[in-house]
Design a protein around this ligand. Structure first.
Ligand SMILES: *[C@@H]1O[C@H](CO)[C@@H](O)[C@H](O)[C@H]1NC(C)=O
Ligand SMILES: *[C@@H]1O[C@H](CO)[C@@H](O)[C@H](O)[C@H]1NC(C)=O
Ligand SMILES: *[C@@H]1O[C@H](CO)[C@@H](O)[C@H](O)[C@H]1NC(C)=O
Ligand SMILES: *[C@@H]1O[C@H](CO)[C@@H](O)[C@H](O)[C@H]1NC(C)=O
Ligand SMILES: *[C@@H]1O[C@H](CO)[C@@H](O)[C@H](O)[C@H]1NC(C)=O
Length: 410
């Protein structure tokens, strides 16, 4: 497998040593990576019809691709995927989401709610069957979250029933943007709802953020019982790239819905900027990416590596932060460009697909949890997989932002 030529982006031609061109290749095509990878993943049938968070992370990327291209085929795909996991409306007494587990209370199950709301907002007419169906499903998820899910004494959602009193940064992305979108769409003046969205971040900040490095540990245990919990803060031992990446995206995506006159707005924005500064500082200058374990002293260590899902999340956040005027293009633009170039060079490979030249997404760590010790051997011992939807989704987000960024190049 080889890297695709960066034909679309002449600016890089002078910056990037291109892979050796293959003779007899297709002519230099001008396909953006967003639609190219989305199409490649879909045509290879790599997206099961489930509502699990990895699929939902891909859906999030595809929403951006749909929004950016206005191509109805992406909306049709999302609609088919979501409809496959919903029960028909009015199916008395049954949860609107198929196979709902009322006992595990896990935040991962909330992530799909964002896509359900996306489909709701694009349904023709608030009173259409589709709009009602998606509203009912979103209402169900929101009700489960706010009335059934368990919380620590200070109000943080447990990551799931099995991990009592533990907030993981991952959960902020799984439930934060959904909660914010839900409030904005259906109950925008309910201050209690907004306070609660902000509280989740506030607690993560209090326990996980290192004020010196600007980075956040993977999670914390408010009861202090987990084997990994720090005696003072309750925090886990290490900064794991993807947990902090979920968090970076969550801050930004929540801001898009958050009322500006609520005191949480300025705080969330401040936390995002503080993390962006750390992300810029921690960028690996030669690859443009970020290391799996990011704490001081770990980059470059044996077993550590540049990971593709987290690196995409930071790239997305930087570009979007610039586009939204939260980050200064002059300060962050170069970091984000170098990051995106690195992602393409390092993690995009070409395959001879069923439908012509397709691309793969490489180098995404399969999982990372606080189930065990949360230490360095644990994180680095997990394997990396090709075409993980957890990595594809953020790369689609980064690509759409890159394409928008390019079109506003001054
Ligand atoms: C192949 O590409 C064509 C045109 O883009 C599309 O209509 C068709 O669905 C694709 N086939 C597969 C298997 O993805
Ligand atoms: C994309 O998002 C923008 C901003 O929310 C919206 O105005 C526009 O209508 C969206 N486009 C599509 C095709 O959904
Ligand atoms: C705000 O939302 C909460 C949680 O859904 C609900 O219990 C409460 O009644 C709402 N408050 C108002 C004023 O509607
Ligand atoms: C906080 O960050 C500083 C600077 O990177 C580092 O020296 C220190 O060890 C970190 N503290 C913890 C608990 O990781
Ligand atoms: C792609 O696969 C087709 C059918 O197997 C083959 O004819 C063609 O030579 C392959 N192209 C490349 C670039 O490998």
């Amino acid at each position: 497998m080889r890297s695709p030529a960066l034909a679309l982006f002449p600016i890089w031609a002078s910056l990037v040593p291109l892979a050796t061109p293959q003779p007899q290749e297709q002519p230099a095509h001008s396909r953006p990576y967003s639609t190219w990878l989305a199409d490649s993943i879909i045509s290879a049938n790599l997206v099961p019809q489930t509502r699990w968070y990895s699929e939902a992370t891909f859906y999030r990327g595809l929403e951006a691709v749909h929004n950016h291209t206005s191509d109805p085929k992406y909306l049709d795909f999302l609609t088919a995927q979501i409809d496959a996991v919903l029960t028909p409306i009015g199916d008395g007494g049954v949860a609107p989401l198929k196979g709902w587990d009322y006992t595990d209370h896990q935040l991962d199950n909330i992530r799909v709610g964002s896509t359900i709301l996306y489909l709701h907002t694009l349904s023709p007419g608030k009173e259409s069957e589709a709009a009602k169906k998606y509203k009912a499903a979103a209402g169900f998820l929101h009700g489960q979250l706010t009335t059934q899910y368990k919380r620590t004494a200070s109000g943080a959602f447990w990551h799931k029933e099995r991990y009592p009193n533990q907030l993981w940064l991952d959960g902020l992305f799984m439930a934060g943007p959904f909660s914010a979108a839900y409030a904005a769409l259906f109950d925008p003046r309910n201050k209690t709802l907004w306070d609660d969205v902000a509280l989740q971040f506030e607690l993560a900040e209090k326990h996980c953020r290192n004020k010196t490095s600007g980075m956040l540990k993977h999670g914390y245990d408010e009861s202090g019982k987990a084997v990994w919990a720090d005696k003072v803060t309750g925090a886990s031992p290490l900064v794991w790239i993807r947990a902090q990446g979920w968090y970076f995206m969550a801050l930004l995506d929540v801001l898009g819905w958050f009322p500006r006159d609520h005191e949480g707005y300025a705080k969330i924005k401040g936390w995002f900027v503080e993390l962006a500064e750390a992300v810029k500082r921690e960028q690996d200058k030669s690859s443009g990416g970020w290391w799996l374990v990011m704490d001081e002293g770990y980059p470059g260590r044996e077993g550590n590596y540049i990971e593709s899902s987290g690196s995409s999340m930071y790239t997305y956040g930087l570009f979007k932060g610039i586009r939204e005027g939260i980050l200064d293009r002059g300060v962050y633009g170069e970091t984000a460009e170098r990051a995106y170039k690195g992602l393409v060079e390092r993690f995009v490979t070409v395959r001879n697909g069923t439908n012509g030249t397709e691309i793969n997404w490489e180098g995404t760590v399969r999982v990372g949890s606080l189930d065990g010790k949360g230490d360095y051997p644990y994180y680095t011992g997990i394997n990396r997989v090709q075409n993980s939807l957890i990595g594809v989704g953020p790369f689609l987000l980064a690509s759409v932002e890159w394409e928008k960024y390019q079109s506003t190049r001054s």
